[in-house]
Design a protein around this ligand. Structure first.
Ligand SMILES: NC(=O)c1ccc[n+]([C@@H]2O[C@H](COP(=O)([O-])OP(=O)(O)OC[C@H]3O[C@@H](n4cnc5c(N)ncnc54)[C@H](OP(=O)(O)O)[C@@H]3O)[C@@H](O)[C@H]2O)c1
Length: 267
């Protein structure tokens, strides 16, 4: 599980541990991972290994991929780590743009490749790629994030098709398409163009708590049903509806109009 140190990933890790799985949890913040490991060991008697890694770094991606390929009894892989920087695209620092592509898409592809080359995983594994409603339509002021999440949808659908046609692989591919989840990420990313306002006040009823988002996704994943599942009714509605109205989509995600966001960005 990548991005397990906080937010949605942390809650999903708890549910997976509660169902009796041991975990390898990955993020940059080692002390948060240690806290999580203690919690899962105490509450669920899970064996938890932690790995502090910056998965925007290609070498660290490959080192983790090498380990994943050789992990015995690998059952579930969750590609959850991602981040976003919100502004007009040309105003973003280019290092941030490159890191977003490397983490949100590069790490996910590298770890998926490793998992599909793991013998145990090929015999019944579950691959959860965490997407976003922001990948279902073009999201102004979050253009590169939106592009990486759209790519996750296409990538996951394509490999799901390949797997279905391949008699040697039995893997359930799941895109967990989240709507607005009130994690630290929501404050960091969406709050950045809403200075002085807390994300949960701005996006209120359209949002979900990390624990309830994780419960919805894990329940649907265990059914091994549809490729794409959402965490919340508004996420399901917006994923299908807002494609034709990107400025409305931005307004609903950020709680203000796209024009107002553009003005704030230029201040
Ligand atoms: N929150 C939302 O509204 C929302 C909406 C749609 C989709 N999503 C998706 O849901 C997933 C989880 O989001 P969240 O809201 O739970 O975010 P979050 O609270 O910010 O958590 C992100 C996790 O990713 C890890 N991470 C970030 N950069 C990393 C890096 N370079 N290398 C390794 N790990 C890294 C973070 O840990 P460290 O900082 O310790 O590395 C953290 O554990 C993401 O894929 C996000 O795109 C979120």
């Amino acid at each position: 599980m990548t991005g397990a140190s906080e937010g949605f990933g942390r809650e999903l890790a708890r549910l997976i541990a509660a169902d009796g799985f041991d975990l390898l949890v990955v993020a940059r913040n080692e002390s948060r991972l240690q806290d999580l490991a203690k919690e899962l060991e105490t509450e669920f008697a899970a064996r938890v290994r932690i790995r502090s890694a910056d998965l925007a770094d290609a070498n660290e991606q490959r080192a983790l991929a090498d380990e994943l390929r050789e992990t015995p009894n690998l059952a579930i892989v969750v590609n959850n780590a991602a981040f976003s920087l919100v502004d007009e695209f040309q105003e973003l620092p280019i290092e941030g743009v490159q890191r977003m592509v490397a983490l949100n898409l590069g790490a996910l592809a590298t770890l998926t490749h490793a998992a599909l080359n793991n013998r145990a995983f090929r015999r019944g594994g579950i691959l959860i790629n965490v997407g976003s409603v922001g990948g279902s339509w073009p999201l102004p002021f979050d253009a590169i994030y939106s592009a990486t999440k759209a790519a996750i949808d296409h990538f996951s659908a394509a490999i799901a098709y390949e797997i279905k046609k391949n008699p040697d692989i039995d893997v359930h591919v799941q895109v967990a398409k989240l709507g607005t989840v009130l994690s630290g990420w929501a404050d960091r990313s969406m709050g950045s163009l809403n200075p002085g306002e807390e994300a949960d006040k701005t996006i209120g009823w359209r949002s979900n708590e990390p624990a309830s988002a994780a419960r919805a996704i894990w329940r649907k994943t265990k059914r091994r049903g549809k490729l794409i599942v959402t965490d919340h009714w508004f996420a399901r509605l917006s994923a299908s509806f807002f494609g034709r109205f990107p400025s409305l989509g931005a307004a609903l995600v950020y709680g203000t109009t796209a024009q107002e966001l553009a003005r704030r960005s230029r201040e």
